[in-house]
Design a protein around this ligand. Structure first.
Ligand SMILES: C[S@@+](CC[C@H](N)C(=O)[O-])C[C@H]1O[C@@H](n2cnc3c(N)ncnc32)[C@H](O)[C@@H]1O
Length: 185
């Protein structure tokens, strides 16, 4: 079935923004329940980190990680409606901004990139281009944590990431996959 959201998403960045805004306005944007596996995995990575989250949605991951020992937290999403919801949480020290992943370039030093259920909204070549850009901007010890829901459906992405980067952790939970990646050696 062809849906309005489906049509909008094919219309480039403006269409994608409208589509996601519509979903967040309807309450179907994605109020993802937080995975205990992801939270446990992140718990060991956060202390002192300068975090960037892409595709942050309504800020629920940032809320779950609030005051978890990190140094800074900037979170971006294509949807201004999602960012409005995230800002309404009034999380101390978390900066939420509207930005498309594809156009995002790091403005500050950071060392931990989080992408939860969002990397597949970029075209295949753009996924690794984004991670390459992020790793280039991160200091030594930079890490990316990528959560992929439905590892089977997105097996090609998982494989592409596994081939290109150093996989420090590959945790599976039901059909979900959580990768902690470091830049190629
Ligand atoms: C399935 S939701 C996941 C939201 C959040 N990460 C979570 O797990 O709750 C996908 C998110 O990616 C955002 N998104 C989709 N395409 C994007 C893009 N090109 N740039 C930035 N954000 C994007 C959407 O607006 C949405 O918030």
């Amino acid at each position: 079935m062809v849906t309005l959201v489906g049509v909008l998403r094919r219309l480039g960045p403006i269409g994608r923004r409208l589509a996601w805004n519509r979903q967040f306005r309807n309450g179907t944007g994605f109020a993802g329940e937080r995975s205990p596996v992801l939270l446990a995995l992140l718990g060991t990575q956060l202390a002192g980190r300068r975090i960037v989250e892409l595709g942050c949605g309504d800020g629920s991951l940032a809320a779950a990680l609030a005051d978890d020992g990190w140094a800074s937290y900037e979170a971006f999403d294509i949807s201004s409606v999602a960012i409005g919801l995230a800002e309404a949480r009034r999380l101390p020290r978390v900066q939420f901004r509207v930005a498309e992943m594809d156009a995002w370039t790091p403005s500050d030093l950071f060392d931990l990139l989080l992408i939860e259920e969002a990397i597949y909204y970029l075209a295949p070549g753009k996924q690794t281009a984004l991670l390459d850009r992020a790793f280039a901007a991160m200091g030594p010890g930079g890490r990316a944590v990528i959560a992929i829901h439905s590892a089977e459906k997105h097996a090609a992405i998982v494989e592409r990431l596994r081939q290109r980067y150093r996989v420090l952790t590959d945790r599976r939970e039901r059909d979900r996959c959580y990768l902690v990646l470091a830049p190629p050696a």
